[in-house]
Structures are given as C-alpha cells and as structure tokens.
Design a protein around this ligand. Structure first.
Ligand SMILES: Nc1nc2c(ncn2[C@@H]2O[C@H](COP(=O)(O)OP(=O)(O)OP(=O)(O)O)[C@@H](O)[C@H]2O)c(=O)[nH]1
Ligand SMILES: [Mg+2]
Length: 249
C-alpha cells in the first residue's frame, strides 16, 4: 500500500530515551514500510548513546534526521519539539510512534490511508480487530481501565485515547493550541485527542496490533499514571462546571 499522494509530505516522529537496542531496527522498518516518508528521532540526551546511534543512521540516510534535546523531559515536550520542527520544515502529516517496537511500522500505510478522511487517526487496541501481543494481564487491565475512565470522565467517544501510534494532519496541530499543552506522560495523548475533538475535527480509530517491548525498560511509572488520572479528572470537572454555567440556548 502506498501513501496517498493527497496527504503531502509525511514525517514519522520517534521519541527516544535509552532505546539503544531498538533504534536501528525500528528506523529501518519505517523506511521499508513507507519509503517516501521521512523520520525524525527526538532524543532527550539518552545516557545509553541512542542519540549517537541515531546520528549514524541520519548520516547514512537523508530521509532520517535527529533532534537532540538537553535532557529527559517526558514524552509530551519531546513530541511538541518534534511537531515544531516538522512545521518549520514544511511537513503536511506528523506521525507519532514509539521506538520500542510496540507500534508496528508495517501498519503505517493503513493509518495514513485512514487520514485521507480524517484530521487525526488513532491506532487503537481496544476496538474490534485491535490486539495486544505479550502484554501482562496487569498492563492490559490498566490500559483498558484508563481508557474507560477517560471516556466516562471526558464524555469522549474514543476507545484508545492513551495510545501513542497516531497520525495528525499539520493543520490539526496548528488548530489545537499546542503552546498551551503542558502534559508530559500518557495524558499528553489524551490531551491532544481531546483538543482535536473540541475543535470539532474528525478523529478516526483504526485497529492495530500492539506488541510489548522486547528490549529496554519501560518509562511508565506511578508519576506518569498519577498525572494522567489527576488531569483527566480536572478536565472532566472543568467541562461540567462550564456547561452548568453556560446553559444551552
Ligand atoms: N525523547 C523522549 N522520549 C521518551 C521519553 N520518555 C519515553 N520516551 C520514548 O517514548 C516512547 C514510549 O515510551 P515507553 O517507555 O515505551 O512507554 P510505554 O510504552 O508506556 O512503556 P513500555 O511498557 O516500556 O512499552 C519510547 O520510544 C520511549 O523511548 C522522554 O522523556 N523523552
Ligand atoms: Mg512502550
């Protein structure tokens, strides 16, 4: 499957923190799956040398670029820096993808095809056709629970708002006010999906098969979880208060 020409120039943004054993494989798979697309690795000065490995990949392939950041700030700020870089370089589509192999580059053509008729496409695990491979029952329960919580709290029709395999039109990112986003961990994903819906834009979920990481360690921790739980509650409550104050005419 090719990338629909109508979409324009596509940049696949891959944030990395200590992904030494994953970076080369994942970049190679992206290049093979969607040859016209470019890749931007956004590395937060990984102590394990991921940034230098990425530089070597960039040197060997003009479709690959690296954005080095001074230190670990979390997923959200890394993506925002990547989105800015993409806008400055004239890309029309920005894709989010993890470095650890959980998101399969071979599914990119399907995500991009769906973007022809959407403003944001979410790769979704928790819809018919979506799957997870090798995930412990505990992680699955946590992710399903978090998504149910977000759906009910925020009143949004999404089934996988926490996932990080997605494709935005550049125009979508322009409209949703990225400069106000200060979420860092998982809730960054919920935050962007919510903003897109509130702009009245079209969000489509496409089933994906999510594969647990084989190499490296997770950056998910209690702080990331608490940030998401707390912020989603705050956004949900703020929305309800707002609706009470401004009754529908
Ligand atoms: N640049 C940057 N990348 C990050 C940061 N935190 C996580 N990442 C990357 O973001 C992607 C998702 O992080 P993961 O650690 O895989 O998080 P997760 O998928 O919840 O956890 P796993 O169970 O390990 O899969 C990976 O490519 C990470 O290397 C960060 O602070 N800065
Ligand atoms: Mg992961």
């Amino acid at each position: 499957m090719e990338i629909p020409a109508e979409l324009g120039r596509v940049l696949v943004i891959i944030p990395t923190y200590n992904e030494r054993d994953n970076i080369e494989g994942i970049v190679g798979r992206v290049r093979e799956a969607v040859p016209p697309a470019d890749v931007l690795v956004v590395d937060d000065a990984s102590p394990d040398g991921t940034g230098q490995l990425a530089d070597a990949l960039a040197k060997a392939d003009e479709h690959v670029q690296v954005l080095h950041r001074a230190g670990k700030e979390g997923l959200g700020p890394a993506y925002i820096a990547g989105f800015r870089w993409a806008a400055e370089h004239g890309y029309d589509v920005m894709v989010e993808m993890d470095a650890d192999g959980s998101h399969q580059p071979e599914e990119l053509p399907r995500l991009l095809a769906a973007l022809e008729d959407a403003d944001l496409v979410l790769g979704a695990r928790w819809i018919p056709g979506g799957k997870v491979r090798n995930w412990p029952v505990r992680r699955e329960a946590l992710s399903r629970g978090a998504n149910t919580y977000a759906r009910l709290m925020l009143g949004i029709p999404l089934h996988d708002a926490t996932g990080g395999f997605r494709a935005f039109r550049a125009a979508t990112l322009e409209k949703i006010g990225l400069e106000e986003v200060d979420s860092r961990g998982y809730c960054f994903q919920i935050d962007l999906a919510l903003r897109t819906l509130r702009e009245g834009l079209k969000v489509v979920e496409v089933p994906i098969t999510f594969v647990d990481r084989v190499h490296g360690t997770s950056k998910m921790n209690q702080d990331v979880f608490a940030e998401a739980a707390f912020r989603v509650a705050r956004w949900g409550l703020a929305d309800r208060v707002e609706r009470l104050r401004r009754p529908r005419r």
